[in-house]
Design a protein around this ligand. Structure first.
Ligand code: C5P
Length: 206
């Protein structure tokens, strides 16, 4: 069973994906980490994020071992990831990797922006997790504060809006709701309620 989860930044899709993976005993891939790792490789090598050839080459030589680096979760890395993720050659280089993961015997849970539309278009379960920009900014603001990376709420809201516009507006695999995805709006849902809504949908399909 492949569970494809998409949605905008800080929608709660990562937390939900992790819980679903544990619940159903499936491996989980947070695909945002791949794009963050490409951005981090460029930053570490002092290369420009706006150089598509450098970004593509970083994606082709990505070291899966670097996906544990805590710096990947930094605020600037999400922003940088959304710049390199608009490069078609970067997306192409990461596609096989993601599909191999999804092809694990028994299935997998993947979360990102284009899982249900591009990476796993045949996934039997597709969820699109969303929430208002303000609520997502509140969550991200709290999470950053908890990690000692304090930022003004307004700045976090600006980040979220800029990232939404970039992810939805790009030509390559833009953030859209797959035609056969079920939308869960978590603006007024806590993590437990979102989890219950998701398992109701998934169990109904099995
Ligand atoms: O999900 P996360 O915030 O970690 O993703 C960082 C950035 O990576 C996103 O803003 C998006 O631009 C990009 N991304 C993507 N496709 C995915 C996952 C993430 O383009 N499947």
């Amino acid at each position: 069973m492949v569970i494809a989860i998409d949605g905008p930044a800080a929608s709660g899709k990562g937390t939900l994906a992790r819980r679903l993976a544990v619940h159903y005993g499936l491996p989980h891939l947070d695909t945002g980490l791949l794009y963050r790792a490409v951005a981090m490789a460029l930053i570490d090598e002092d290369r420009s994020l706006a150089d598509p050839d450098a970004a593509a080459s970083a994606a082709r030589t990505l070291d899966a071992g670097s996906l544990d680096d805590p710096r990947l979760r930094d605020r600037q890395m999400g922003e940088a990831a959304s710049i390199v993720s608009a490069v078609p050659a970067v997306r192409a280089a990461l596609l096989d990797w993601q599909r191999r993961f999804a092809g694990a015997p028994g299935g997998a849970v993947l979360d990102g922006r284009d899982i249900g539309t591009v990476v796993c278009p045949d996934a039997p379960v597709k969820l699109f997790i969303t929430a208002s920009a303000e609520e997502r900014a509140r969550r991200r603001h709290r999470e950053l504060g908890g990690r000692g990376e304090a930022a003004a709420y307004e700045a976090v809201l600006d980040d979220i809006r800029r990232r939404d516009a970039r992810d939805a507006g790009r030509d390559a695999a833009p953030l859209v709701v797959a035609a056969d995805a079920v939308v869960i709006d978590t603006t007024a849902l806590d993590a437990d309620s979102a989890f219950r809504a998701a398992t109701d949908i998934i169990d109904g399909r099995r």
